[in-house]
Design a protein around this ligand. Structure first.
Ligand SMILES: Cc1cc2nc3c(=O)[nH]c(=O)nc-3n(C[C@H](O)[C@H](O)[C@H](O)COP(=O)(O)OP(=O)(O)OC[C@H]3O[C@@H](n4cnc5c(N)ncnc54)[C@H](O)[C@@H]3O)c2cc1C
Length: 617
């Protein structure tokens, strides 16, 4: 039981965003509580901090695709938010704290976590296990700094329903308990859908650590659909996590030493090529200048909605070309006649980039082709699709190894970074509905350019291929589950028989097709609805108010005190699938700050208008 005048806020989901919400609530509480006491209830079936994806006990083999110095949970001076700035270590800095004091890693940290902290540099791709320990440390640290008037209670449970009271809510948990709330913030992340068909021979899309691959026996054939980060996780699970070893070979090569426990892998996707390796910059990736796009953004934002394909993408491509030709001239002096003139022409957009390149004497073979980078399969006569894909991976790994000396990698790095730069332009209906498909295509291409694995993973992929363990089907992999096997087809007419299919991709949550009881209940109660494009077509996203994530009900009015952040808003808040990056005015931290402050205001209003609230758990 709390002091008579007390407010209660329930945060549902306690991973990256849920933890940031708790931090933001505690940071702003002294400002906004108006003398009330506050209990923050944190609800997640998984331990707070790491939540489900980053939870303890998972294999250290699965790695982040972002680097240690670019992962944080704390608000720095670049974050344009109302709440107070409260700094804290990023993941790389935290590793140094662990080196100084191993107990920092947590009482249950296995020795390999401490060992990894020792080996982590600013630009390491840490294991998800390590990041999870960092997040849990953050959660504990944040609680340690809680103002005297604020208590935090953790409920190890899943929220399954939310019933409005007047004012406020009752949150029902799957333990049978219920929590009274003056305000609720959802940070539920990746939620399941009900439109993914189940089949006994198909391992459905999920977080890789929750996919049971033990059913795949050594020597069986498994098709893996999806060649993004999930694919590299699956590859690790079926090779090094079955006792095989990747060992350094001559030069930059890697050899695979089989354990005999591996299945045969057939790998494909719609595009048919794996995500590209991250360039080895020997430092955390820099933030590209994007001078063309950034100069145009204020005017574009002013006249939203804009056509993405016509008005935005060409700017992104010109920025990529700028970085490419500047690097080309640096690594191969003389490739460009009058570099300054060429760069000026690209910025001014006086002509298509290829015409400018022609005018500046750039050989055709030296020119940037983003189209070719997007669709690099050019299997010549006598070359199978499998060989063509392997050749692509090899060439891409060689470019990645060049780091800053690869004009192509610099161009693709700029292109991929534009995903963050355009968030404020695109979010909440900033694009014409007809051009949203072009934006989605851009996101997919940018992900394949810039959200790929660390270079060593691409080399491991080549090693598995060279060891005869894996072959590529090329584009348009199709899968037809049968009674006791899965028939696999590809665009070149090839057919194969697989014992299993692993879906190595994650669907974004959908309001209309949700498999999540809580989101389903919100919709049934009229408390939530899907966001619609301006032409009336329904998106997958949960509809919210732009300024604070207030959830909009069936009739478009917000249920006072109900907020939501993160991945369930992908179509509307856009590019939500990133963790906070320090020094970048993180959209994630702006989002959690605004929702936390709005929830505090709503909770104070409700608590002062009603009886004191207490947890009924
Ligand atoms: C496998 C994988 C790897 C990734 N790797 C990276 C990476 O390297 N770098 C990067 O920047 N991003 C990565 N991401 C993107 C990732 O989405 C974000 O970085 C981040 O985890 C999102 O945080 P979140 O808190 O919004 O959602 P989530 O991390 O999805 O957390 C949501 C939490 O809500 C809980 N929850 C859901 N419903 C309920 C309910 N009804 N009741 C109670 N609790 C509930 C879940 O248990 C979970 O703990 C990865 C994503 C995945 C799936």
């Amino acid at each position: 039981m709390h002091a008579a005048a007390s407010a209660s806020i329930v945060v549902i989901g306690a991973s990256v965003r849920g933890t940031s919400l708790v931090e933001r609530l505690l940071a702003s509480a002294p400002d906004l509580l108006e003398g009330l006491a506050l209990t923050v209830h944190v609800v997640d079936p998984y331990p707070p901090g790491s939540g489900r994806i980053w939870r303890a006990g998972q294999t250290p083999h699965l790695v982040m695709n972002t680097v240690a110095a670019q992962s944080t949970l704390f608000v720095d001076a670049t974050v344009a938010c109302e709440g107070p700035q409260r700094t804290g270590p990023n993941l790389a800095q935290w590793c140094r704290l662990v080196v100084d004091e191993p107990r920092t890693a947590g009482p249950d940290a296995p020795p390999e976590v401490v060992a990894e902290a020792h080996a982590t540099s600013d630009w390491s791709n840490p294991s998800r296990l390590l990041y999870g320990h960092y997040l849990r440390w953050c959660f504990a640290e944040i609680l340690g700094e809680a103002p005297a008037a604020v208590a935090v209670e953790v409920h190890v449970a899943r929220a399954v329903d939310l019933r409005p009271t007047s004012p406020g809510f009752v949150v029902a948990l799957d333990t049978g308990a219920a929590v009274d709330a003056d305000a609720v913030i959802l940070a539920t992340g990746w939620l399941g859908r009900d439109d993914i068909p189940a089949h006994p021979r198909v391992i459905a899309p999920d977080n890789p650590i929750d996919q049971d691959l033990s059913v795949i026996a050594p020597g069986e054939t498994v098709a893996v659909r999806g060649l993004g980060m999930g694919f590299f996780d699956t590859l690790s699970q079926l090779t090094e996590q079955r006792g095989g070893r990747f060992e350094p070979g001559p030069g930059d090569t890697v050899a695979y030493i089989a354990s005999g426990q591996e299945p045969h892998i057939i790998a494909g996707s719609r595009r048919g090529i794996p995500y590209r390796a991250k360039p080895d910059f020997g430092a955390p990736p820099f933030f590209p200048e994007q001078r063309v796009l950034r100069a145009a953004l204020p005017a574009l934002i002013e006249r939203r909605p804009v056509d993405f394909g016509v008005e935005v993408l060409p700017l992104i491509e010109r920025d990529a070309a700028y970085d490419y030709y500047r690097a080309l001239d640096r690594v191969r002096p003389g490739s460009v006649r009058d570099l300054d003139g060429m760069l000026r022409a690209i910025v001014e957009g006086t002509a298509p980039v290829d015409v400018i390149a022609e005018a500046h004497g750039v050989r055709v073979a030296d020119r940037l082709s983003l189209r070719a980078a997007e669709d690099p399969l050019s299997a010549g006569p006598g070359s199978s699709v499998d060989e063509a894909v392997a050749r692509f991976v090899r060439a891409d790994a060689a470019e990645a190894a060049l780091g800053l000396r690869s004009p192509l990698k610099l161009a693709l790095h700029s292109y991929a970074a534009a995903r963050s730069a355009v968030i404020d332009l695109v979010a909440f209906g900033g694009l014409t509905p007809a051009s949203f498909a072009a934006y989605r295509r851009f996101l997919a291409t940018a992900a394949s350019f810039g959200s790929g694995p660390p270079l060593r993973r691409s080399r491991q992929l080549l090693a598995a291929h060279d060891a005869g363990l894996l072959r590529f089907t090329g584009p348009d992999l199709s899968a037809h589950p049968q009674d006791d096997h899965v028939r696999i087809g590809s665009s070149d007419g090839g057919e194969a028989r697989a014992d299993w299919l692993v879906e190595a991709w994650l669907p974004t949550p959908s309001v209309e097709r949700t498999g999540d009881p809580l989101l389903g209940a919100l919709v049934r109660r009229g408390l939530a609805r899907p966001w619609r494009f301006a032409d009336g077509s329904v998106s997958d996203a949960l509809d919210i108010r732009p300024e604070d994530g207030g959830v909009l009900g069936a009739d478009g009015t917000p249920a006072p005190g109900l907020f939501s952040v993160g991945v369930p808003h992908e179509d509307v808040r856009v590019f939500t699938i990133i963790a906070p990056v320090p020094g970048t005015n993180s959209s994630v931290l702006r989002e959690t700050d605004a929702a936390a402050r709005a929830a505090l205001r709503a909770a104070v209003e409700h608590a002062t208008a009603s009886r004191p609230k207490e947890a009924r758990t």
